[in-house]
Write a protein that binds this ligand. Structure first.
Ligand code: PA5
Length: 446
């Protein structure tokens, strides 16, 4: 279902370095599978595609049906790992223009992923005169951005519907037993779904965190999980595709040791832009610690070839390499027509498919960037559907975890995320942060 192609990096990495790194990748994979590495209490994602709560899975489908039948709009509240996966899957499998499509599923708006008043007010405006449902997602239940958005939307739902009806329209995805959100949900009688204890936010897309919004969008979550299960079997059970993981891990870590500091996730499909955002969190939070790690960036080509292409071509070589996810088949295509007079000079393309032009752009870029010193790795996927996306998700999660162990970091924590929160709480005057407030205000000259 997927092939990792490193054919075009041979000119950058010598064979011996690659072989050595492959051994390290193999050893890191053993650490992962024997659950002997740091963060091994967060390995639930490894067996998730086979070992998930089947009755909750059915409940997710039922709730999705309820939302589809009773709401014009689903508001999804969450940030980071409690946001990116669902949006990435919906946009990849439906469209980045999902809300503009003609469809029999609700509009889906994502909020609580910023503190911008204008974007929140905009969504409130869009909900006017609409029947709404809310899915608030927060493992901790205390993350400020979604907590504020939830307070505002709870008020809105409560003012629009009776207490009983409002309770039927709010769905909380959070810790099984504890936390502010869990307590609030139990008190108000909201339906709850679980973020398993042993699955971290950025590895949680195949739990209720991702699955409920994805199911509401009309995506077949059985197939998505089926694809992830196939990846689990191919990589970890029959190991026929383990090489696709280890080779990728080895190449990216060779590049890192050669001094490259950026991995650019590239797609030639605009609807994969949010998937790239998901990848950026997955790798950025997993690897970026202890002064180590590749900084993940992303581009959509050929769009960004006309903005960042210049930099990549002529100044990218010391800094970065690219990893392209390429799909071999397309569910939609368009033929370019012939034009009398050939006024735009494009008749040499008459009868050609747009997908062919896109592929030639990819090949041309691959050669140009390779020549410019920017290595080009390719992850080839047969097509973009539920099965293959589920496969790709599990594949990337495994690549990321193994890479983290090669790098010598704990790929499952994110201690650095707390620093800005501490300062923000202090500046906002949260009880308990008084002395910090004074110190920070002095620094800011307030
Ligand atoms: O990967 C992570 O753990 C983070 O991105 C979290 O998902 C994010 O900070 C949101 O946390 P929570 O779900 O507790 O609101």
């Amino acid at each position: 279902m997927l092939k990792f192609n490193n054919q075009f990096v041979n000119s950058f990495i010598n064979k011996e370095d690659f072989e050595n790194m492959l051994h390290r990748a193999d050893a890191a994979y053993d650490v992962l599978m024997s659950k002997s590495g740091e963060g091994n209490d967060k390995l639930g994602w490894l067996s998730l595609p086979e070992d998930y709560d089947k009755s909750e899975f059915e409940e997710i489908k039922k709730s999705a049906e309820y939302i589809k039948s009773n709401a014009d709009v689903l508001i999804v509240i969450g940030i980071g790992g409690s946001y990116l996966g669902a949006r990435a899957v919906i946009e990849a499998l439906k469209s980045s223009n999902y809300n503009l499509l003609e469809k029999d599923t609700p509009q889906i708006y994502f909020i609580g992923n910023s503190l911008s008043p204008s974007s929140l007010n905009e969504i409130i405006e869009l909900c006017k005169d609409k029947d709404i449902a809310v899915n608030v997602i927060s493992k901790s239940g205390t993350t400020t951005e979604p907590a504020i958005a939830f307070r505002i939307f709870r008020e809105l739902v409560n003012s629009k519907y009776s207490k009983e009806e409002a309770a039927k329209r709010i769905f909380c995805t959070t810790d099984k037993n504890k936390g502010t959100l869990k307590e609030l949900a139990d008190r108000e009688g909201y339906k709850t779904f679980v973020v398993p204890d042993d699955v971290g936010g950025r590895y949680s897309v195949l739990t209720a965190v991702g699955l409920l919004p994805v199911a509401v969008a009309g995506i077949d979550i059985d197939s998505l999980m089926g694809g992830a299960y196939k990846a689990l079997s191919d990589i970890n059970v029959n190991k026929s595709e383990l090489g696709e993981v280890l080779n990728y891990v080895a190449v990216r870590n060779c590049f890192y040791e050669m001094g490259k500091r950026l991995e650019c996730f590239v797609s030639y499909e605009p609807r994969m832009a949010m998937f790239n955002e998901w990848l950026k969190q997955l790798f950025g939070e997993s690897e970026g610690k202890d002064g180590k790690g590749l900084f993940p960036v992303s581009t959509v080509f050929s769009t960004d070839l006309h903005s960042l292409g210049q930099y990549i071509q002529e100044s990218g070589s010391s800094l970065m390499f690219e990893t392209v996810v390429k799909f071999n088949e397309f569910d939609s295509d368009r033929e370019i027509g012939a034009e009398e007079g050939n006024l735009d000079g494009l008749n040499f393309l008459a009868g050609e498919k747009l997908s062919v032009v896109n592929e030639k752009a990819r090949l041309g870029t691959l050669l140009a960037h390779t020549e410019g010193g920017v290595g080009n790795l390719v992850v080839e996927v047969e097509r973009l559907d539920e099965q293959h996306l589920g496969y790709l998700i599990y594949y990337y999660e495994t690549v990321c975890a193994v890479s983290g162990y090669v790098l010598g970091v704990n790929p499952f924590n994110q201690p650095g995320v707390e620093s800005y929160k501490k300062n923000m709480f202090a500046l906002l005057g949260k009880p308990g942060y008084e002395s910090e407030k004074e110190r920070l205000e002095k620094q800011l000259g307030l």
